[in-house]
Design a protein around this ligand. Sequence first.
Ligand code: APR
Length: 166
Amino acid sequence: MDRFEIIKGDLTLQKVDAIVNAANNSLLGGGGVDGAIHRAAGPGLLEECRGLNGCRTGEAKITMGYNLPAAWVIHTVGPVWQGGDNQEEKLLAQCYKNSLELAVKNGIKTVAFPSISTGAYRFPLYRAAEIVVGEIKSFLEADRILEKVYMVCFDETTYQAYKRLI
Ligand code: APR
């Protein structure tokens, strides 16, 4: 599992081929990591997002990275936690799977994720970490193209929730 690493930091500073944005269905920006990415990328990112016609929950779409160190941004929309009976776990797993598939399709070798849905969308952090680690591990078992996948945690609690599983 040396191709999957948990780190603490700011996703917008990562020098990887692609960072993954925890967006909303409009793809027109927001708060949290979405807001940080748009601030760091500059107005060109929003311009390109306008042309994408939104994104369904669990799906992923790709744009350039503009002023970010990353060349690409993969936008995905995580589920809002509604108690767990609305396919939230399946949709969260799909966010990571679809983002990684889109990365491979675009010849991307290094990808950095935030902890999707565990902020404003209130997905329980420890449950999310289990789903995410399982999903990324199984993807990497079947894939030989990707060189490195990072989970970039913005705070210590999130970092420990993922680190304990590796
Ligand atoms: N780098 C890495 N992680 C970050 C950063 C950053 N710069 N900023 C925030 N985070 C972390 C949060 O601490 C949390 O762990 O990203 C994780 C996801 O939190 P949110 O950004 O709130 O995303 P989410 O829970 O998926 O909610 C998405 O919030 O920002 C809006 O437009 C977005 O409506 C959408 C919703």
